[in-house]
Design a protein around this ligand. Structure first.
Ligand code: PLP
Length: 385
């Protein structure tokens, strides 16, 4: 069945089927892992279905790219060897020396590091603004602003940006809006339908879903951006291998049911932590007390599996909690079936120390997995003491 046959299909139908038709020769229902680095030509320049060399294009990768585009409600997808490679490709495609971008005051530390430690030296300026405050983003725009970078929910403080409002602000100034949709996943939120020009993923997280593959992706409806991303895939070469593409596709098939369970578990953990005497603040967009709750409700299907807490006992208590859990594994990353716990100030966000993006030392981030909720609650209870 062609991809357009799934245009009106539900989310999981697209996630399971879009991007690949059963192989006509064998009927294989899963896309083969095409391990060929090169493709035979029928006479010089006579490529079959455009395949020439696997950095430029590979059928397993093409299936993943079409699939991610479909589940993000976009036209074009590109897959990369990591989320950071997708970030790098976006920055180099959209920006030129002398250009300016607006970045969130809370964002993945690696994104900030790349912009602040690498792109700054190539003449790219940036300003920091809270994505939860559209007026602050508007005030940060300059005549040379070409890109507005948004995470929502942000990593690790789970701030919520109103994607439609931010798209208007970017477009009024002729800038593009990129939304890093890693925390929400396309099951919970589809930024292109809300006006974003580019959606970015670390597919390492919820799309892969099993903490067994590193990857990234970009989705857009803009043909020029799509061509630019393809140029850099080939020109710079940060592409995923076919096995990684296959694993990511396999993960995506169960995204919807996983996100439902992640959200169920996180909601229950948020309620439990709100009542705990060791906890000074629970940050979860599903709580009515969260300042972004209303916007999240408007643009997200549910509130996801990421949750952060601040502790009365400060940095020491945060480190102790991270060291004290048994079901929650102390590790970086997020979005897998297993629950993870981490201390952002010392781990994922160490690169933000001393900057406007510095995170509080009493903060602990939880990636709530899909284990049995009773076990997760008991684990947190014993670790909090
Ligand atoms: N964006 C967000 C929100 C992330 O959390 C991460 C990684 O943690 C990235 C981008 C980078 O992705 P990767 O680790 O796949 O390079």
């Amino acid at each position: 069945m062609s991809d357009s046959a799934f245009d009106n299909a539900g989310f999981s139908t697209k996630a399971i089927h879009a991007g690949y038709d059963p192989d006509p020769q064998t009927g294989a229902v899963n896309v083969p892992i095409y391990t060929s680095s090169t493709f035979m030509q029928d006479g010089v320049g006579g490529m079959r279905n455009g395949y020439e060399y696997a950095r430029t294009g590979n059928p397993t990768r093409a299936a993943l790219e079409a699939n991610i585009a479909a589940i993000e409600a976009g036209q074009f997808g590109r897959a990369f060897s990591s989320g950071m490679a997708a970030t790098d490709c976006t920055l180099r495609t959209v920006l030129r020396p002398g250009d300016h971008l607006v970045i969130p005051n809370d964002a993945y530390g690696g994104t900030f590091r790349l912009i602040d430690k690498v792109f700054k030296h190539w003449g790219i300026e940036h300003s920091v603004a809270a994505v939860s405050d559209p007026d602050a983003v508007r005030a940060a725009m300059r005549p040379n602003t070409k890109l507005v970078w948004v995470e929502t929910p942000t990593n690790p403080l789970l701030n919520i940006g109103d994607i439609a409002a931010l798209a208007d602000i970017a477009h009024e100034s002729g800038a593009k809006l990129v939304v890093d949709n890693t925390f929400a996943s396309p099951y919970l939120q589809q930024p292109i339908t809300l006006g974003a020009d580019i959606v970015l993923h670390s597919t390492t997280k919820y799309l892969g879903g099993h903490s067994d593959v590193v990857g990234g992706a970009l989705v857009t409806n803009d043909e020029e951006l799509h061509a630019g991303f393809g140029f850099l895939q080939n020109g710079a070469g940060a592409v995923p291998g076919p096995m990684d593409c296959y694993l990511t596709l396999r993960g995506i098939k169960t995204l919807a049911i996983r996100m439902e369970r992640h959200s169920d578990n996180a909601e229950k953990i948020a309620d439990f932590l709100v009542g705990h005497s060791a906890v000074s603040q629970v940050i979860y967009p599903g709580l009515e007390s969260h300042p972004g709750h209303k916007v999240a409700e408007k643009q997200m299907r549910r509130f996801g599996g990421m949750l952060s807490v601040r502790l009365h006992g400060g940095a020491d208590a945060a480190r102790e909690l991270c060291a004290g859990t048994k079901v929650f594994t102390l590790a970086e990353s997020l979005g897998g079936v297993e629950s993870l716990i981490e201390h952002p100030a010392a781990m994922t966000h160490a690169s933000t120390e001393g900057s406007e993006l510095e995170v509080p030392a009493d903060l602990v981030r939880l990636s709530v997995g899909i284990e049995d909720i009773e076990d997760l609650l008991a684990d947190l209870e014993q670790a909090l003491g």
